[in-house]
Write a protein that binds this ligand. Structure first.
Ligand SMILES: Cc1cc2nc3c(=O)[nH]c(=O)nc-3n(C[C@H](O)[C@H](O)[C@H](O)COP(=O)(O)OP(=O)(O)OC[C@H]3O[C@@H](n4cnc5c(N)ncnc54)[C@H](O)[C@@H]3O)c2cc1C
Ligand code: SF4
Length: 538
């Protein structure tokens, strides 16, 4: 027996991109049937978050127990979160925008590729994403960042951040509070941030997470949500050069012997950076032996993200770490690269740090510290402050920066799992040493003030805020989707969010994934026939 479902729009994946898409589609086209199919569980019980938070504080446990699927992992992924809400159930909520340079790398610097959309167009959707997610932040004073203000005022800086801002700005660099998806005033039915410092699981829901949106859409019967259901293949219908997607073939974790089939007018893959390309490659058939949407051969190629480098700087300042320590300062002036000078772009963040401030039972020499000696040692070490300083810097992916199917590792259904290997292009490799030297110079400049002492550089071992694999572009031979995420090959198949990014910027990416998805939502809403199906599922 096969379990069958029909809908106008079938969204594969239930992360923040899917939440934004379903929310906007349900507003733009009320009455259409939308089904969101998510492999993971729904964790909607907000009251359990207090207990989970306490266990995280007491024992360091995962505050989202069971938010992953044991045999659905991959080589090279950085978050295993598979749950309704996706990784954004425990994200930090930092919501920086990219800058115009990110969309015009080729025309401004002769590097990588231009994005197939205008910055002013993207900026409009940034505003919408900030409004829907609920971002608090202050407008950037840099003229290049002209923008409307986020919907809430920025988070007030703690005493600690004010001391660190005073220190950091002595180096001649302007710093201000980082924008975040955390309420500084009651917003959208959620309360104000209490600065309780456990943002991986926000007990008050002041930090936005997509479950909030899904719960509301379900309450309004605007979507159907099928959780615990893994889509394993998309199939096509029709003949000729192009083919429409006809079904999504899935399996429910509790009923593995009953295949589940979704039929829809439009299919949207919103499965994040790892599983979107994976699904298209898995959907290979005799007609499409290289996978769906892959006439360019670029599905799974140009996997993006940004590299990072950080250090700890001890300095003279009086701080008391522990209140809202996830909040940080940011400088945006290095988002800009002069056209004349060497191309180097990065963000720059400063946090309070507890490094070397924890009480300890032994001195480095091995001598035991007891009673007054322990206290004296701790007092001596906390007389100074420590700042964590980090830069995400721009690296552009090579074509060989790729996601492939690893046929040596399979899930319980025998499907090969993905393997991701990030590789920078030649220009990024060539400028790596100069970039690191430049950032080291900035850290050193900051450490010159307040008798700073800088620890050795820590070079990040992975690319953060990954994306790519289905990059957007104008030329079907050089890209997988158009600027709206519609695949060049299949008129009713879209990919939204992170996989469509041609390059990964040099700051947190999720606001950009959300903005692009909202732009896709407009296109999908316009492309649906005026008359919805007659009996939508609820
Ligand atoms: C600890 C942590 C902190 C972070 N902090 C920040 C931050 O401060 N700022 C920032 O910008 N970003 C941050 N991020 C990154 C951010 O969480 C992600 O960029 C964002 O959540 C990605 O959303 P998405 O919807 O694109 O994908 P995902 O969140 O990955 O959602 C995709 C969903 O699709 C489901 N799925 C996949 N394949 C299938 C399938 N075949 N069938 C059914 N379902 C499927 C998955 O289970 C998943 O739930 C953080 C991430 C982590 C882990
Ligand atoms: S600090 Fe604010 S956003 Fe973070 S967990 Fe506490 S209330 Fe939530």
């Amino acid at each position: 027996m096969i379990e069958r479902h029909d809908a106008d729009v079938c969204i594969v994946g239930g992360g923040i991109s899917a939440a934004m898409l379903a929310w906007k589609l349900s507003e733009r086209r009320p009455g259409i049937s939308i089904v969101v199919v998510e492999a993971g569980d729904r964790m909607f019980d907000a009251s359990r978050r207090w207990a989970n938070r306490q266990r995280m504080l007491d024992y360091g446990e995962n505050p989202w127990p069971g938010d992953f699927i044991a045999d659905q992992s991959a080589d090279g992924i950085i978050s295993r979160s598979m749950v309704v809400g996706g990784s954004a159930m425990h994200w930090g909520g930092v919501t920086n925008r990219f800058s115009e340079e990110d969309t015009r790398l080729k025309s401004m610097f002769g590097l990588a590729v231009d994005w197939p959309l205008a910055w002013t167009d993207l900026e409009r959707y940034y505003c919408e994403a900030e409004r829907r997610i609920g971002v608090s932040g202050d407008p950037s004073p840099l003229p290049g960042d002209a923008r409307s203000a986020p919907p809430m005022a920025g988070m007030p800086l703690s005493w600690n951040l004010l001391q660190l801002q005073d220190w950091a700005q002595k180096s001649g660099i302007a710093f201000w509070g980082t924008p975040q998806a955390k309420n500084t005033a009651p917003y959208d039915g959620r309360g104000k941030c209490q600065r309780c410092n456990t943002c991986a699981v926000c007990p008050t829901q002041a930090r936005y997470s997509p479950d909030h949106t899904f719960k509301r859409l379900l309450a309004g019967k605007a979507i159907a949500l099928h959780d615990r259901t893994l889509v394993r293949r998309l199939t096509t219908a029709g003949t000729g050069g192009t083919a429409r997607i006809e079904t999504a073939q899935a399996v429910h974790r509790d009923r593995p012997d009953t295949p589940v089939e979704y039929r829809a007018r439009t299919f949207v893959v919103a499965s994040g950076y790892a599983w979107s390309s994976h699904l298209l490659l898995l959907s290979a058939s005799s007609r499409f032996p290289e996978g769906l949407a892959n006439s360019s051969g670029l599905v799974g190629k140009y996997m993006t993200g940004h590299a990072s480098v950080q250090t700890q700087i001890a300095l003279d300042a009086e701080i008391y770490p522990g209140m809202n320590e996830e909040h940080s300062l940011i400088a945006r002036e290095f988002f800009r690269a002069g056209r004349a000078g060497p191309y180097i772009r990065h963000d720059l963040r400063v946090w309070e740090s507890t490094v070397n401030r924890e009480p300890r039972l032994r001195e480095p020499s091995g001598t035991m510290l007891l009673g007054d000696a322990l206290l004296a040692d701790w007092r001596a070490r906390t007389r100074r402050a420590t700042a964590r300083v980090r830069a995400y810097y721009d690296v552009h992916p090579d074509r060989s920066s790729e996601l492939t199917l690893d046929r040596s590792t399979t899930n319980r259904f025998g499907d090969p799992l993905p393997k991701i290997e990030h590789r920078p292009d030649a220009a990024s490799l060539a400028r790596r040493d100069a970039t690191l030297a430049h950032i080291n110079g900035i850290f050193t400049r900051m450490a010159r003030n307040n008798s700073g002492e800088m620890a050795p550089l820590e070079i990040g071992g992975f690319w953060d805020h990954p994306g790519g694999g289905c990059r957007m572009g104008i030329d079907p031979a050089a890209s997988v989707t158009d600027s709206f995420g519609r695949t060049h090959d299949h008129e009713n198949l879209y990919v939204v969010g992170s996989p469509t990014l041609p390059t990964g910027g040099c700051t947190n990416g999720t606001l950009t994934f959300a903005a692009l998805t909202l732009r896709s939502a407009d296109h999908i809403a316009d492309s649906l026939p005026q008359r919805p199906r007659e009996s939508p599922e609820s």
